[in-house]
Design a protein around this ligand. Structure first.
Ligand code: BTN
Length: 267
């Protein structure tokens, strides 16, 4: 799909450039098209309307107008294996962007691997997509990878009847705050968190993420492609894998999947 009216609206700090669109199929798809056409590290692609929003694991992302849809295109000087850490960078940035907007009594958390949870309901999600380009990558003589960090936040509305219940900022009492305002706060915090990750590595991001982790010390069920594993959540390891303590007492690392509470949460 061809993008409708790309309007560079402002330059953000250092390498960051905002491209705002009235309508796109998916901001992640636009970021990938941009990368394939020569690309620009630090491009921030924002669309007010998204017609084919993508979620994790091939799911679609219900994109109602008024919510935030944004993708950041990056070409970090890091090996491909480290890039999944950027979903934690994005999650922490979303939390920092939203915390001070929420009235007292609301609980904002990060849910492994890529979700933002407010009062035990899903407020937002992150879709990370990475791929190699044709350009030489000096530090490993391979190709320098691109990564698209796509973030969706339910600002004005949320989808009904989802398996893990959803919510939006409006339902939590955040009034008169537009997607555009959330965008500018998110970018501000993303720049800080990205620079922290880039210079100091994953450890400080892991620490921030763990402080706000949903489900810690709770019994969770992890749905993997070919099995379901239950255990007590013990946080994430130094690579971002989820740690579950099994009934045998052994610690198990989950590298990819979806997690749910074993006891349904009362919301
Ligand atoms: C998930 O929880 O499944 C991840 C959802 C990610 C949605 C965002 S909205 C902006 C960006 N563009 C997309 O098509 N998807 C991501």
């Amino acid at each position: 799909m061809t993008a409708v009216k790309a309007k560079p609206t402002s330059n953000l700090l250092n390498d960051y450039h905002l491209l705002s669109f009235d309508s796109l199929d998916s901001t992640n798809e636009e970021a990938k098209r941009l990368a394939k056409g020569g690309g620009c590290h630090g491009a921030v692609i924002w669309a007010k309307h998204q017609s084919e929003g993508k979620g994790r694991m091939g799911r679609s992302w219900i994109s109602s107008d008024g919510n935030l849809f944004v993708s950041v295109l990056l070409q970090p000087e890091k090996p491909m294996a480290d890039l999944s850490q950027l979903s934690f960078v994005a999650a922490v940035s979303v939390l920092e962007a939203l915390e001070s907007l929420l009235p007292d009594g609301n609980r904002l958390q990060c849910k492994w691997p890529n979700d933002i949870v407010l009062n035990d309901r899903k407020l937002g999600g992150i879709l990370l997509e990475s791929f190699q380009s044709g350009q030489p990558y000096e530090t490993n003589s391979g190709k320098k990878p691109w990564v698209v960090v796509g973030v969706g936040i339910n600002v004005d509305s949320h989808p009904p009847r989802t398996e893990f219940p959803a919510t939006c900022l409006k339902d939590a009492g955040v009034e008169l705050v537009s997607a555009k305002i959330i965008l500018s706060r998110f970018i501000h915090h993303f720049i800080e968190c990205y620079n922290l990750w880039n210079t100091k590595g994953f450890a400080p991001i892991r620490k921030k993420w763990t402080t706000a982790a949903w489900g810690m010390e709770k019994r969770l069920s992890a749905r993997l492609p070919d099995s379901i594993i239950e255990g007590i959540c013990q946080g994430i390891d130094a690579k971002g894998s989820l740690l579950l303590k099994l009934d045998s007492g052994k610690q198990h690392q989950i590298h990819a999947g979806d997690v749910f509470p074993v006891e349904p949460v009362q919301v």
